[in-house]
Write a protein that binds this ligand. Structure first.
Ligand code: GTP
Ligand code: SPV
Ligand code: MN
Length: 633
């Protein structure tokens, strides 16, 4: 029988977990849950269903207040699952060390569960929903014994916006509940917005570490051998078990805002994408917005808040990971960032590479798996040139600077409210989003792909997106880091339905009547010198030079590009190189060169991948684009 301890039967969300008394009768519990959840029947049923299955000791409906957050953090510091960092150096900031078996997204344990296997498509792990639910119910059975179930109402996007959606996560992790407050608009406001019958996406999560029979808790509970991150796009439901790591457990992010939302967007005629959104203003004060899809750990956070190296140019950040886009009444594509925080890669972030991230991180952060300095501050590879003495590494051991092992895990991350970003775009909260003029794709490619080129048309741009390939990074577990894999639209791990249908959806969006379509670009910051292996392009703030060229292209400048078989490439003098250091003219020419042999191989490779993977699902429009590219050489 369900047995919950409850403090309050108030109608407003409240701290139900602080036990004042216990309610043992099922109907009293049910009534209390309904009260706490604002008499939203479907929501109460959802909570009761999983509470009944997981059997938590207590239930806590999150109100999202600062006081609640403080209580969470103090509780975790006390129980040893968080370290409070040096208040003088990093105010209001904390460090968590994960179980070393739970450091990144687990793509092999990520599933799309829909009735027909074909609807999940060849790039997803499909499971039959009936079987999957049975598997999950088995794992969830009594999995919260000895723990509190947190009910976390949240909005993806500004509350009440036409592109926004509300979700409710259930979790037995206080760390996850606290992180959801940093990453989303969480608590009382979205719960109230739901009213008594508002629609919400169900996001169920457990770390999978019950505390039955007096079993002691650990600092990072998880069930590393039984991870499941499961999505039921037909039911707007995600179920996650066994992992506390961000992408697997903060279900508003990849599970809802990408996997479930991409399927919602397909059904309803909009797009949910793995894209940053930025605003760029030229010295004359003209502003445009750009969205860009790069695979995980390939530079979105950096590009989204870059500090331009050219005088008079300004970049402002709307989002660094996810974009939801819909056509507006004026025919332009409008984008919102559904998130409210950054969950970003720490290594490589420094005042030199990404000063605006560093400024965002000087307070209010939860860090995961970074190193700790002797004076209780954080450190990671690339943060400073010199490695400080006397550090504790991400495993909690003394760091040996002479060893080859990094002090911070390569996928160590920061979680921080977006409000901390000093260059947050003034339209971040705009309900209708921001109008997108250009869409960029990119990846880590040591060869072949030039610094930037522009697609001839929307359909050609869709082929560009579909052909994205990139070196694998530490953002997902696996021993194949550095291998090039196809990652269409940077969505390979995040598309919640058949990616062939996804390509068709993009093609169809381009046919929208009256649409004023953004131009499309492919960029590559990661060309390497074949001899030294060093990146040829200085990257980071210097990427603003590419952004300037794109700005001018979308602004109608035409004499700044050469037409090549693969698209428009900047003429040698069209890229602003005033003050650009660290790169020779020859290197720059090489970065902009389209090598016909290498490109013919590239196109054949994309053709082979797309045709063999998607077969009849590959849209005819893309086949035509491939054929015309092949003929253009
Ligand atoms: P996810 O959060 O995993 O989706 O990643 P992301 O695309 O936001 O990646 P992020 O911007 O955090 O970059 C990941 C790594 O790439 C960091 O170590 C950066 O320092 C590095 N990086 C970003 N931009 C550049 C660049 O222009 N040049 C080079 N060489 N490295 C870059
Ligand atoms: C990614 O891997 O693309 C991320 C980090 O943005 S996570 O949220 O963990 O997926
Ligand atoms: Mn991402």
């Amino acid at each position: 029988m369900l047995w919950l301890t409850l403090t309050s039967l108030n109608i407003t969300p409240s701290l139900v977990g602080r036990a004042l008394g216990s309610v043992r009768s099922a109907s009293a519990v049910s009534g209390a849950i309904q009260s706490a959840l604002g008499h939203h029947k479907a929501l109460a049923e959802y909570v009761e269903h999983y509470a009944g299955l997981c059997n938590p000791d207590a239930l806590h409906v999150c109100d999202g207040s600062e006081g609640e957050y403080t209580t969470f953090m103090e509780t975790m510091v006390e129980d040893g699952s968080m370290f409070k960092l040096n208040e003088a150096k990093r105010p209001n900031s904390y460090l968590a060390r994960s179980d070393p078996r739970d450091v990144a997204r687990s793509e092999e344990s990520t599933f799309i569960s829909c009735v027909n296997e074909e609807d999940a498509g060849p790039t997803n792990n499909w499971r039959d929903p009936v079987e999957m639910k049975a598997t999950m119910a088995n794992l969830y059975k009594d999995c919260m014994v000895g723990r509190t179930m947190f009910v976390v109402p949240f909005s993806m996007g500004p509350i009440g916006g036409p592109i926004s959606h509300i979700g409710v996560q259930l979790t037995d992790s206080m760390h996850v509940a606290a992180s959801m407050r940093l990453m989303t608009r969480m608590g009382k406001a979205p719960l109230e917005a739901l009213g008594t019958d508002g629609e919400f996406v169900k996001c169920m999560h457990s770390v999978g570490y019950p505390l039955a029979d007096g079993k002691a808790d650990v600092a990072w509970p998880c069930d590393p051998d039984n991870k499941y991150i499961t999505h039921y796009p037909e039911e707007n439901l995600a179920e996650s078990y066994g992992s506390g790591y961000g992408g697997n457990s903060l279900l508003g992010k990849k599970a809802f805002a990408l996997r479930l939302a991409s399927a919602m967007g397909k059904r309803e005629g909009w797009l949910a994408e793995h894209m940053l959104i930025l605003g760029v203003t030229n010295p004359e004060g003209k502003k445009k917005y750009v969205a860009a899809a790069f695979p995980s750990a390939c530079g979105k956070t950096n590009f989204a808040m870059l500090e331009p190296t050219m005088p008079g140019w300004k970049v402002e950040c709307v989002g660094d990971d996810i974009a939801w886009m819909k056509f507006g009444p004026d025919g332009k594509l409008y984008a919102i960032n559904p998130e409210n925080g950054f969950f970003g890669v720490a290594p490589g972030t420094s005042m030199g590479t990404n000063p605006n991230a560093m400024r965002s991180l000087d307070r209010d952060c939860i860090y995961t798996n970074v190193a700790m300095t002797a004076d209780g501050d954080v450190w990671w590879e690339g943060m400073t040139e010199e490695t400080p003495e006397g550090m504790t590494n991400w495993l909690g051991e003394p760091h040996n600077p002479a060893s080859n092992t990094p002090a911070a895990h390569p996928n160590s991350r920061f979680t921080v409210p977006i409000a901390n970003c000093p260059v947050l775009d003034p339209n971040f909260e705009a309900l209708e989003g921001v109008p997108i003029d250009a869409i960029m794709f990119g990846g880590r490619r040591p060869t072949t792909i030039p610094l930037v080129h522009e697609a001839f048309s929307w359909n050609h741009g869709v082929l560009m997106g579909a052909s994205v390939a990139s070196e694998k990074t530490a953002a997902a577990t696996g021993d194949d880091i550095g291998e090039i894999r196809h990652d269409p639209f940077a969505m390979l791990p995040f598309c919640g339905y058949n990616m062939g249908d996804y390509f068709q959806h993009w093609i169809d969006m381009g046919k929208t009547e009256g649409a004023k379509l953004p131009s499309m670009y492919l960029v590559n910051w990661f060309r390497q010198d074949p001899e030294t292996g060093k990146f040829i392009w200085p990257g980071f703030g210097e990427n603003s030079r590419v952004l300037k060229w794109i700005f001018e292209r979308t602004d109608g400048v035409t004499d700044n590009a050469a037409k090549t078989p693969i698209g428009y490439v900047p003429t040698p003098d069209a890229l602003d190189t005033d003050g650009l250091a660290g790169i020779t003219n020859d290197e720059l020419t090489e970065l902009l060169r389209v090598d016909p042999d290498a490109w013919q191989r590239e196109i054949n490779q994309s053709d082979e991948y797309l045709t063999s993977t998607f077969g009849p699902k590959l849209p005819a429009e893309l086949k035509n684009e491939i054929e015309s590219l092949k003929k253009s050489f």
